[in-house]
Design a protein. Structure first.
Length: 335
């Protein structure tokens, strides 16, 4: 992004110190406490929430390292809450708040949408094999505590970022799609949107098949553990892939001309973050190796993870390019 994006007209003190921001900041910080406390206990050797026989107890060193890293990631939420609410936060480079919030959006959005949906499915007896497998991994209350905290973090951080982005970059998404000048959506945008749509076809097809109950392409262990919760997650991957591609196409080809510019940008932001970050996370987990051959990801699973990660990065690049060009145009008009 250009330097002009990072140097907006600063809002007044009242806009930066309002009560809603303080409340959201407090919620973001406090919602991290249960997760951080639980992870710290596990690093210290406690087995609270871990049943006997859980695979988490097989390698204590790896568990300590992974939990330490996850503590650092969740602690970043506290730092972000400060960046998004303190006056000095408006003076940091644009990528410093934007990139970690995009990652947080991508990691938290599927949990925020998926966990409540999974609870509904389970309430109607649709948990199936996934629920049974989960109980041997961690106690049920752990998931309730952790995911509730993640949802609170997502809502609080999302609210803070919307307020922050409105103050700093609000002028870049004003108006409707039909107001976008032709030069603001050039060949580069269209090339990125087309590439994202093409690369989305394999993961979109695979996730849609798996969401509909097809087991082809799944590992033996994954196919055996399928239940209502599995189908919810697969359906969500389909939704986020469609959101990312739809946002990119609407922007690049100026479709949905009556829509506010914020609509395709929001679709592209949330969709790209969700598919890129979860695709990257699942690819990383696959690369780490799995002890049980039945649980090792198959080539189609790896294709789905890598494909959705690529789609997310392409759409994110389109958004960054869009903001950089529109910011430069605004600067030229003001000169």
């Amino acid at each position: 992004m250009t330097q002009s994006i990072a140097s907006p007209a600063a809002p007044g003190p009242a806009a930066r110190a309002g009560r809603p921001r303080r409340i959201l900041r407090a919620v973001a910080v406090l919602s991290c406490v249960p997760y951080l406390a639980l992870k710290a206990a596990w690093v210290a050797g406690s087995h609270v929430g871990i049943p006997e026989g859980s695979s988490l107890l097989d390698d204590r060193l790896t568990m300590a390292v992974v939990n330490g890293l996850s503590m650092l990631l969740d602690s970043a939420v506290i730092v972000l809450a400060l960046v998004l609410t303190r006056p000095w936060g408006l003076r940091v480079p644009a990528w410093l708040p934007a990139f970690p919030v995009w990652v947080a959006t991508g990691l938290l959005a599927p949990i925020m949408a998926g966990f409540p949906a999974q609870l509904v499915v389970r309430a109607f007896g649709g948990g199936g094999a996934s629920s049974a497998g989960r109980e041997a991994f961690l106690d049920e209350w752990v998931f309730a505590v952790v995911y509730t905290g993640f949802i609170a973090q997502g809502l609080a951080l999302g609210g803070l970022f919307v307020l922050y982005a409105r103050d700093r970059w609000g002028h870049l998404w004003r108006g409707r799609v039909w107001d976008l000048p032709v030069g603001a959506v050039g060949p580069a945008h269209r090339a990125l949107a087309v590439a994202a749509a093409v690369f989305a076809l394999p993961p979109l097809t695979l996730h849609a098949l798996w969401a509909c109950g097809v087991s082809a392409g799944l590992s033996e262990g994954r196919a055996a553990d399928r239940g209502g919760e599995f189908y919810v997650l697969e359906a969500l991957f389909v939704v986020f892939l469609l959101a990312a591609v739809a946002g990119a196409v609407l922007l690049a080809f100026r479709r949905g001309r009556a829509l506010p510019v914020s609509v395709p940008l929001s679709l592209a932001w949330v969709g790209s973050g969700a598919v890129a970050c979860w695709g990257g996370w699942l690819s990383l987990a696959s690369a780490g190796g799995v002890a049980d051959l039945a649980d090792r990801p198959t080539p189609p699973m790896n294709l789905a993870y890598a494909g959705q990660m690529l789609v997310g990065l392409l759409v994110a690049a389109l958004c960054a390019y869009f903001f950089a060009e529109r910011s430069a145009r605004a600067v030229r008009r003001a000169a």
